[in-house]
Ligand binder design. Structure first.
Ligand SMILES: *Cc1c(COP(=O)(O)O)cnc(C)c1O
Length: 396
């Protein structure tokens, strides 16, 4: 029998995986330019317009609006799209907490549609069944960098007159049938929080091809001003939700490294797919051929149901961690988060119980991930990952 590292055996590897963030004197120079300019705020627009232009071009979007972070980007995009307090917004449960907390920030109600078994992306068939007269928008989340089934979601949204907001926080650079994420729905939102593939410490962006929506978002972020209005002319209720010039500087630096990093992640994900598919007890996710570019913020894989019955996900991850592989257990299904359920109850007076058995089982028992920086390693690193997984599976 193999002697696992957790039981005192020799770990498969002790070497670290690539560190995050990655930067050099480019970011340093750009930051110093902002410092010496004395124009640091988000209303002093030197680096910010450049960052917005680069980011829009990267996704073939007509308009880009920077904002403090990815959570607020969702809140503002929903408000720009006309979602109001009490309206319902359909979201998946397998996502970061912010996707559901963002509508709650202004009293809109998240409603959970379960995910697909083989992609862990929102299931369009589940979405349609949840539509009520109060439903105003759908938020597909491009989880891990894989784009949700936008073809089906758009058909549903068109049929029922709903807006689509793509939560692309994990999908910078991803494409679907050739189109950049954020341009497929009505709007798309992004995060530059420090773990994300493009990192400016904190930060966010809204993309859209709709000028009216872009202008509305801009007003909400800029204290209710209008683009060509006076400084103290506040036409709508809005807030100061601007990003700073320092963040824009780092963003510009990080964007210059993105293409090369994406190519490395794609190559390593392909290698992992090939290697993990051969291991009994492990399942890789299906790739929708409509996804023409995957952003791989996460490399998500699952324990097969049979293996998951013999070994808990937590133990499996702990054993892999001991072998030197930084695999992560991942999310708790958001439809089961008590804070969110209580907030919904407070707003609606009814206890929603959205049942999402696929997401719940994935979260409790099966799905786990490697973070994007792990995918920046080399072929030997990927072989070590597969070797460790095989070792732990075979020990069961
Ligand atoms: C990170 C993330 C957010 C929130 O972005 P912040 O910048 O951390 O506020 C929203 N949705 C998803 C899917 C995310 O991964």
């Amino acid at each position: 029998m193999t002697h696992l590292a957790i039981d005192g055996g020799t770990p498969v590897r002790t070497k670290a995986f690539p560190e995050w963030p990655i930067f050099d004197n480019l970011e340093e120079r750009l930051l110093l330019e902002v410092l010496h300019s004395g124009q640091w705020g988000g209303a002093n627009r030197n680096k910010l317009p450049e960052a917005e232009k680069l980011f829009a071009e990267l996704h073939d979007a007509k308009h880009a609006v920077t904002v403090v972070n990815g959570t607020v980007a969702i809140t503002v995009a929903l408000q720009a799209a006309g979602v109001e307090p009490g309206d319902e917004v359909i979201v998946p449960p397998y996502t970061f907490y912010a996707t559901a907390a963002a509508p709650l920030m202004f009293g809109a109600i998240p409603v959970f549609a379960d995910v697909e078994e083989n992609t862990l992306l929102i299931d369009p068939d589940k979405v349609e069944a949840l539509i009520t007269p109060r439903t105003k928008a759908i938020i597909p989340v491009h989880i891990g960098g894989a784009v949700a089934n936008m073809t089906k979601l758009k058909a549903i949204a068109d049929k029922h007159g709903l807006r689509i907001l793509e939560d692309a926080a994990q999908a910078v650079g991803a494409r679907y049938k050739g189109a950049g994420v954020g341009t497929i729905g009505d709007l798309g939102t992004f995060s530059f929080q420090s773990s994300k593939n493009i990192n400016s410490g904190e930060g966010g962006m809204i993309l859209t091809n709709n000028e009216e929506l872009a202008d509305k978002a801009w007003s909400l972020i800029n204290a209710g001003r209008i683009r060509k209005g006076e400084w103290y002319q506040h036409e709508v209720v809005g807030w100061n939700l601007r990003m700073t010039e320092f963040q824009a500087a780092i963003l510009i630096g990080q964007l210059s490294r993105m293409e090369q990093q994406m190519v490395t992640r794609e190559k390593n994900a392909r290698l992992l797919n090939e290697m993990l598919r051969d291991i009994d007890g492990i399942r890789t996710l299906d790739a929708d051929p409509q996804i023409t570019r995957h952003a791989y913020h996460l490399y998500i894989f699952k324990m097969h149901q049979e293996l998951a019955e013999k070994l808990s996900k937590r133990e499996f991850c702990q054993k892999l961690n001991a072998e030197g592989i930084p695999v992560h257990e991942g999310y708790v299904a958001l439809n089961q988060n008590r804070a969110i359920s209580e907030a919904i109850y407070k707003l609606t007076g009814t206890a929603r119980q959205d049942s999402c058995p696929i997401a719940e089982r994935a979260c409790e028992k099966e799905a786990m991930w490697l973070a994007q920086n792990v995918l920046l390693g080399n072929e030997q690193d990927m072989e070590d990952i597969a070797k460790a997984i095989r070792k732990v599976v075979q020990s069961v």
